[in-house]
Write a protein that binds this ligand. Structure first.
Ligand code: ATP
Ligand code: ZN
Length: 298
């Protein structure tokens, strides 16, 4: 791999993999996967992808092996606190959050645990893979508990008698239920994020990196965006524009053969639901069309 090519680290196989690859595809990258399945070689952009374990991503970015990485805020925050404990700045920068990989780091207790509030945690043994994030959460509440740091299988720790409760990642809660655990507190809200190395890169590479970041931002913005077109009486325009979610400056166009009615076109930054269409109709709009937005460049 040439040093002039951008290297992006993503999770090899897990919850972030598909959407990370989809993001780079939507940024225009065509790639072929290497024989060893560890690298995807970009064919039309100077960008290659390294497929690794998610926990290794901040380290690869930090050591300058990779320029960019996509990883959960939970992993980023735990690493950040690790560096803060040594009074050094983390050797990676968070560029932007990405709208996938949503989950939360939560405290969960066995069903029979009598949880009346955070004070019930005093002196308890809490199993987690995120000892620093949990430690900070407890400290800001003036609580002292025994943090049992485990690298995996956290949810079975109470049953094995290794802990009284756990602090683990949850999205739907079905894993907790299967282990007869009940979620009681959110410690951190998480989602995927893009990190980059703070090490200066050549200007050619920097230029491509900037272009890639603008494209990623564009992909993020269009995901929920819709283009809406409708006809409306002039008098109803204030009411109608107030109903359009996240639209700033609609375009108003004349309609042939009438002065009373106009056409309105607008980009809505949020999804447009049936309820909104019904309200628009009730406000006087007709011929309403909602189209998906494919690409956007501000
Ligand atoms: P690896 O082999 O790469 O270390 P892993 O077991 O650590 O895999 P996954 O379970 O695939 O990783 O989770 C990767 C990331 O996905 C998490 O760090 C988190 O940011 C996010 N995530 C989203 N929802 C959940 C969930 N319900 N449970 C765990 N992680 C989730
Ligand atoms: Zn992992």
């Amino acid at each position: 791999m040439s040093p002039e090519r951008i290297k992006l680290a993503i999770q090899k196989s897990g919850r972030l993999t598909d959407q990370s690859l989809e993001l780079v595809t939507r940024c225009g990258l065509k790639y072929s996967r290497g024989k060893d399945q560890l690298v995807c070689y970009g064919e039309n952009l100077p960008l290659d992808i390294l497929l690794v374990r998610d926990d290794d991503i901040p380290g690869l970015v930090q050591d300058d092996v990779c320029d960019l990485g996509i990883v959960g805020l939970n992993v980023i925050e735990e690493k950040r606190l690790e560096f803060a404990a040594r009074a050094t700045a983390p050797p990676f920068e968070q560029v932007m959050t990405l709208d996938f990989g949503r989950c939360r780091l939560a405290l969960a207790v066995p069903e029979e645990f009598d949880y009346g509030g955070p004070a019930a945690l005093r002196g308890r043994r809490i199993a987690t893979s995120y000892p620093r994030i949990l430690g900070r959460w407890l400290a800001t509440r003036g609580l002292e508990a025994d943090i049992v740091a485990l690298s995996g299988a956290v949810e079975i720790a109470p049953r094995l008698g290794r802990a009284d409760l756990i602090c683990d990642l949850v999205s739907s809660g079905s894993t907790l239920a299967a282990n007869r655990l009940r979620e009681v507190e959110t410690v951190l809200d998480s989602q995927a994020a893009l990190i980059r190395t703070p090490v200066p890169v050549s200007s050619a590479k920097r230029e491509w990196m900037e272009r890639l970041l603008v494209r990623m931002d564009g992909v993020q913005q269009v995901r929920e965006s819709k283009y809406i077109m409708l006809h409306a009486p002039r008098a109803a325009l204030p009411r109608i524009t107030a109903l359009l979610p996240g639209s700033e400056h609609p375009t108003i166009l004349p309609l042939e053969g009438t002065d009373e009615k106009v056409a309105l076109h607008a980009v809505c930054r949020e999804n447009v639901f049936w309820e909104t269409l019904e309200s628009l109709k009730a406000a006087g709009a007709s011929a309403i069309l909602v189209l998906p937005v494919e690409k956007m460049l501000a």
